[in-house]
Design a protein. Structure first.
Length: 155
């Protein structure tokens, strides 16, 4: 049986890093980049299916979002806060240059599923993509329920 491709939404304002990540995802078996957002507002528009993104054949919901923390307009923390209101959401892997335990704890408290510091070398990015494939395989299940939905159904 062929492995189902995991759809990825990449949210990062750095063109150089997203070029590298995009290239590695395109070469990785089992991964598909569905879109790249340069800020949190654009990511939320995509996830909510607003405007152009209403066509889910062309803009499918991702299985995972790679989310930077430091971006213009709406940062990663603000995106995580907004995701709490979603009935269902993709898994969220924070991929940031912020190597701060307090930021990691805050992101995890806001609902991030994993936290990774951006590598400094190209080979480390390739290792990150390998980690992502394995992590997605290990965590292959339905998207987590938001806190709001959990409270509505009493779990």
């Amino acid at each position: 049986m062929a492995e189902t491709e995991k759809k990825i939404l990449l949210v990062d304002d750095s063109d150089a890093e997203t070029y590298l990540i995009t290239s590695l995802i395109e070469q990785a078996e089992g991964l598909q980049l569905v879109w790249r957002a340069t800020n949190g507002d654009a990511a939320l528009m995509y996830l909510e299916g607003q405007g152009t993104f209403q066509n889910r054949d062309k803009f499918p919901l991702p299985d995972v979002m790679l989310l930077d923390l430091n971006m213009p307009q709406r940062n990663g923390f603000e995106v995580l806060e907004r995701l709490k209101t979603f009935a269902a959401r993709p898994k969220v892997v924070i991929l940031t240059s912020c190597d701060d335990p307090a930021a990691e704890q805050r992101a995890m408290d806001l609902g991030a599923d994993a936290f990774k510091v951006k590598p400094y070398e190209v080979l480390q990015y390739a290792a990150f993509i390998d980690w992502l494939r394995n992590w997605l395989h290990e965590h292959d299940s339905r998207p987590p329920l938001s806190g709001r939905l959990k409270s509505l159904i009493g779990i």
